[in-house]
Design a protein around this ligand. Sequence first.
Ligand code: SAH
Length: 412
Amino acid sequence: MNLYPLALRLTDRRVLVVGGGAVATRRVPALLAAGARVEVVAPELTPALRAHADAGRVTWHARRFAAADVDGAWLIQVAVDDPVAAAQVSEAAERARVFCVRADDRTAATAWTPAVTRHGAVTVAVTDDGDRRRALAVRDIVAAALEDGPLAAAAGAAPGPVTAAGDGPVTVGGHVALVGAGPGDPELITVKGRRLLAAADVVVADRLVPGMLLGELRAEVEFVDAAKIPYGPAAAQEEINRILVERAQAGRFVVRLKGGDPFVFGRGGEEVVACAKAGVPVTVVPGVTSSIAAPALGGIPVTHRGVAHEFTVVSGHVPPDDPSSLVDWAALARLRGTLVVLMGLKNLPRIAARLLAEGRAGDTPAAVVQEGSTDAQRVLRSTLREVADAVTEAGIRPPAVVVIGDVVTALA
Ligand code: SAH
């Protein structure tokens, strides 16, 4: 059978979905993503469909199908198991000359949906002559190639609408993406972060960015190692800002890759401000932060039912007694919940001493996770009273997070 492939522009067009079960649940999101005005006819809905209806994203007619439902529809999706009921819908669709997709028997319908994979601006749809598994297999091969292979850069080249701090879509000229690379395991970058990385003309990376991610860059990509900029920290940040703005203004797509999440002690905010001042659009792609991931991979949940209803993430790079410290250590000592300290190894003796002096119990469980999510990961368990000495004794090195609270022993 010769199918005629076609892509539909469904924005604001009425699409009728008959059925409210599992199949409809899987079909409706893509229709909504295409902007369709979805009307569901079904006596009952799954909770997920009910949520769409409650939020006003779909219109629900809580009854069985009636022939008049097809009137004014541009497309009909039949998502009912009962072949007699399904045939009734497709006959009505046929009479009204509306294309109709049938979940129960796709060859009995006037249209069927291809196997699809989407990568940024590129959508690949694979149809078949009746052997759905073959279409799915081909789709999977293409998807893998778009993810990793030589096609990745081509598909990623248009990273889609870019927003400047929440403004409308920007499509012209160069731009910057501030991408969280995750805590260390190269697989812990987000799908979007990886796609944008594959499309970058320029990559500016931090010290803590997983090296494996950088090994995948195309040869022609300009790579800037931010850790090697030879000034003090303040001047180096100015220099990074300058590089981001200048490359973007030259029309290039710059990915600023940062360890963990860009806005958790990552100075991402300063770079957003610098770009905004220069009129350069910025996309922010959040990352998996080490403050949650490193404890998790060390076997410590930052919250746990009945144990901790809060977790607080603080930077320990300024000692507690330093006048420039912005952390209220006395308040933190009064918390029952979890305290996660980043950049705190050097000052750990003073941090622990201060928490004890302010009243946190000495036998509060404490742990340190070094290089979480990497092959070099180490976990040390102790108590607040003893953790600083234990760290010295064990030779724990940065980067490491310190976790203080009863969650440390919650799963132990
Ligand atoms: N933006 C990063 C944090 C930057 S501050 C994030 O969201 O994860 C750098 C600190 O993060 C380090 O000093 C250390 O405390 C922590 N850190 C980063 N990666 C880590 C890892 N893999 N394991 C443990 N701690 C890590």
